[in-house]
Write a protein that binds this ligand. Structure first.
Ligand SMILES: [Zn+2]
Ligand SMILES: [Zn+2]
Length: 228
C-alpha cells in the first residue's frame, strides 16, 4: 500500500489556505495513496473533517499531529482514532505559550469542515514549541495508544539530530521518519541513529502540489497498520 503519512492542512499557519482537509485527502487519493495521515502542527482540529473525507474518497486515514517539543524537535504522533488525537491536541494546546498571534504575519490557522467551510480559527500560534519535552510527548502519545515518530530526523532544523545530535538509548523509537531514507545506513554506521528501525518518508506537504508527491510502499508488517 502506498502511503503519505505527513500532510499539513490550512490549520498549520505555514501551509497554504487552500489546503482544506478534503482537498488534501482527495489529492492524496488521486496520487495513488491508500494510507494518508493529516499531521498539523500541534493540533488535531482538522482531523474530524479529514476522517469524513477519507471515508468518502476510500482512503485509510491515520490520525496524526506533528508536535513541536520543548526542545523544538518535531515529533509525528500517530493515533488509533481521531478521538485520541483530539485528546492529545487538547493537552498540547494547554502547553503552548500564549504568544500574541497575528495571522497577517504568520498565516491563517483555519479549522474546516468536510465541505471546505471555515468553522473556526485558533488563537495560539501552533508552530510554537509546547512545554512538554521529547520524553513527555512520547509518553503522552503512547498513553493514548499512539506511536511517536521523530519527524525528518536527519534534517538540519527542528529534528532529533539537529537538536540532540543523536538518539539517546533511553528514547526507543521503533519508527523514524527521514526526509531522505537512503541516508539511514550511513547515519547508523556513524552512530547517529539506532539500527533496525522501520524508516518512513513522506511529503511533509505544505501546499497542494506536494501532496502525494513522494509516495512509498508501506511494508505489510508496519506497526502503523495496527493503529487505525
Ligand atoms: Zn516538521
Ligand atoms: Zn510537517
Amino acid at each position: 500500500m502506498l502511503y503519505d503519512l505527513h500532510l499539513h492542512t490550512a490549520l498549520s499557519p505555514c501551509a497554504e489556505d487552500d489546503m482544506t482537509p478534503a482537498s488534501v485527502i482527495g489529492l492524496a487519493r488521486l496520487a495513488g495513496a491508500g494510507f494518508a495521515a493529516v499531521t498539523d502542527h500541534n493540533s488535531a482540529l482538522n482531523l474530524p473533517a479529514a476522517e469524513i473525507a477519507a471515508r468518502e474518497y476510500g482512503i485509510r486515514l491515520l490520525p496524526g499531529i506533528e508536535v513541536n517539543s520543548a526542545e523544538e524537535i518535531h515529533l509525528l504522533c500517530y493515533f488509533p482514532s481521531v478521538e485520541n488525537a483530539l485528546k492529545m491536541g487538547e493537552t498540547i494546546y494547554e502547553k503552548l505559550p500564549a504568544v500574541h498571534y497575528d495571522p497577517k504575519i504568520w498565516g491563517a490557522q483555519l479549522v474546516m469542515d468536510e465541505n471546505d467551510a471555515v468553522i473556526g480559527r485558533v488563537d495560539k500560534l501552533l508552530t510554537a514549541a509546547c512545554s512538554l519535552d521529547i520524553y513527555e510527548v512520547k509518553r503522552l502519545c503512547e498513553s493514548l495508544g499512539g506511536l511517536c515518530v521523530p519527524a525528518h530526523a536527519e534534517k538540519d532544523s527542528y529534528s532529533l539530530l539537529s537538536v540532540l545530535g543523536f538518539c539517546p538509548d533511553d528514547l526507543d523509537f521503533p519508527i523514524l521518519e527521514l526526509a531522505d531514507p537512503d541516508k539511514y545506513p550511513a547515519l547508523v554506521s556513524r552512530g547517529f541513529l539506532p539500527p533496525g528501525r522501520e524508516i518512513i518518508s513522506s511529503s511533509d506537504a505544505h501546499n497542494l502540489a506536494a501532496v502525494g508527491s513522494r509516495l512509498r510502499e508501506l511494508p505489510e508488517t508496519s506497526a502503523l497498520l495496527t493503529l487505525p
